[in-house]
Design a protein around this ligand. Structure first.
Ligand code: SAM
Length: 199
């Protein structure tokens, strides 16, 4: 598989949103959401500005998993940066930061709880599949699961990208349907986002 995978013309033409930030305008104001994979909190910041969620849970291990280039020291700095960036919202109880794996964090949330879930943590096909399976029951009916990097690429024999996981998920879950795609933000590489709705 070559990197990046070209998005098919049909998908591009049918893209409902220009990018993953634009799609935030279609999420309900004052809703409850979670971002799996936060990094420096750039997308989280846009969620707060645009959606004005009642509650936003941010889940990231900020941990150097095997094969990751980023050092543990840099992960620690990112975590501190996110805590500082959202200090007022954390203080107000609007934002909660969970420094743990997505799978462990899932145990702390009730079923039918989230209005939307952003899946953007470990990008291996298996991990995206696990995150989707584990978090789907936590999504309300009518809620959206937003899966970033809907593509496939391979590095050192490991399959990355949400496309295979999402495509399998759609086959296995009749309660999931495609709402639309967001195109990538850069003209050089394709980083599309796919949005699923839970019936
Ligand atoms: C692509 S970045 C997230 C980008 C962010 N959503 C944004 O749009 O700015 C992926 C993040 O997932 C985190 N991550 C990777 N695997 C994880 C796991 N199993 N559990 C929790 N976080 C994980 C990494 O630490 C990294 O910060």
């Amino acid at each position: 598989m070559t990197w990046p995978v070209k998005i098919s013309e049909t998908q591009t033409e049918q893209a409902r949103w220009r990018d993953k930030v634009e799609l935030l305008h279609d999420l309900p104001q004052g809703s409850i959401g979670v971002e799996l994979g936060v990094d420096a909190g750039g997308y989280s910041l846009r969620m707060l500005d645009i959606v004005k969620p009642r509650k936003l849970d941010l889940v990231d291990a900020w941990k150097q998993y095997p094969g990751m280039r980023r050092t543990q020291e840099n992960h620690d700095k990112l975590y501190e940066f996110v805590l500082n960036s959202f200090a007022p919202e954390i203080e107000a109880g609007m934002v909660e930061v969970h420094r743990t794996s997505t799978q462990k964090a899932a145990k702390g949330f009730p079923e039918d709880y989230f209005d939307w879930i952003v899946v953007d943590a470990d990008h291996t096909v298996a991990a995206v599949g696990w995150d989707m399976e584990r978090y789907w029951p936590l999504l309300k009916h009518g809620g959206w699961m937003i899966c970033h990097d809907y593509l496939i690429h391979e590095k050192k024999g490991v399959q990355f990208g949400a496309k295979m996981a999402v495509d399998d998920f759609l086959v296995e879950h009749q309660s999931a349907s495609v709402v639309g795609f967001a195109r990538a933000m850069t003209p050089f590489r394709a980083y599309p986002t796919i949005v699923l709705e839970k019936a």
